[in-house]
Design a protein around this ligand. Structure first.
Ligand SMILES: NC(=O)c1ccc[n+]([C@@H]2O[C@H](COP(=O)([O-])OP(=O)(O)OC[C@H]3O[C@@H](n4cnc5c(N)ncnc54)[C@H](OP(=O)(O)O)[C@@H]3O)[C@@H](O)[C@H]2O)c1
Length: 210
């Protein structure tokens, strides 16, 4: 499959790129600093671009089978208004529809959308103070994806670590199971790479924790 990863220069996106290459996929990496990605592979293409620029995204989706969105904001941006997730999602959905691409995988996080109900009473206030703006926009992002008519899967990891790729983690699909926990970026990447071909989680938004 030919996969576009929006936000592939670091974190989950970069790890997903590496694992998708290992799995034999062709990977196109879109990020503002894509040219600096330290991956060299005959099936790897870097596109230096911005997910908020329609022309960059429309060029990046050409010929792609699956789009994976792993965009993130820096710590310094958490206390400013955040529109990255919803704005970039509007753009990528429109670009995918123009190009006839159906499969969209997206990372949001535990606490976005209806998973907010799973946040414990103790965590609710700090979560709102530190992550309220980001997760408000991630909730809108999830709504846009769910209403898109695409074959979507939303991955909602708990707290991310740079721990190893173990393949041992839980995929919590049912609201009654949703709770916070930790998970490595590498294990989130494994989940995403499995969804490139697997349709078991189409239309689902599982929480991922160890
Ligand atoms: N930290 C946690 O504990 C936690 C928990 C749950 C969920 N999450 C979510 O998981 C996701 C991934 O997090 P992460 O820490 O692995 O990633 P990250 O290190 O925040 O990386 C974000 C990626 O997004 C790209 N990006 C940002 N703005 C962009 C733009 N306008 N155009 C193109 N690319 C852009 C960055 O590349 P450039 O800067 O090169 O453009 C980078 O590759 C985020 O949405 C995060 O909120 C985090």
């Amino acid at each position: 499959m030919r996969v576009l990863i929006c936000g592939a220069s670091k974190g989950i996106g970069l790890e997903t790129a590496r694992q998708a290459l290992d799995a034999g996929h062709d990977v196109r990496a879109l990020a503002r600093s894509a040219n600096a990605i330290a991956v060299s592979h005959s099936s790897f293409e870097k596109i230096q671009g911005n997910s908020l620029k329609i022309e960059d995204v429309e060029a990046a989706v050409v010929g792609v089978d699956v789009v994976i969105q792993t965009l993130g904001v820096g710590l310094g941006e958490l206390f400013q208004p955040i529109n990255l997730f919803s704005d970039a999602t509007r753009i990528v959905i429109s670009a995918m529809k123009k190009e006839g691409i159906k499969r969209l995988l997206c990372v949001t996080g535990f606490g976005a959308g209806d998973s907010q109900a799973g946040i414990s009473c103790l965590q609710r206030v700090p979560f709102q103070i530190f992550l309220g703006r980001a997760y408000g926009d991630k909730t809108l992002q999830e709504k846009l994806i769910k209403e898109s008519g695409l074959d979507w899967t939303i991955a909602r990891p708990g707290v991310l670590t740079n721990g190893p790729h173990t393949g041992r983690y839980q995929i919590l699909s049912e609201p009654s199971q949703w709770r916070n926990g930790v998970i490595s970026r590498a294990n989130v990447a494994e989940f995403l790479v499995q969804q490139i071909k697997d349709e078991a989680y189409v239309g689902k938004a599982p929480v991922l924790i160890n």
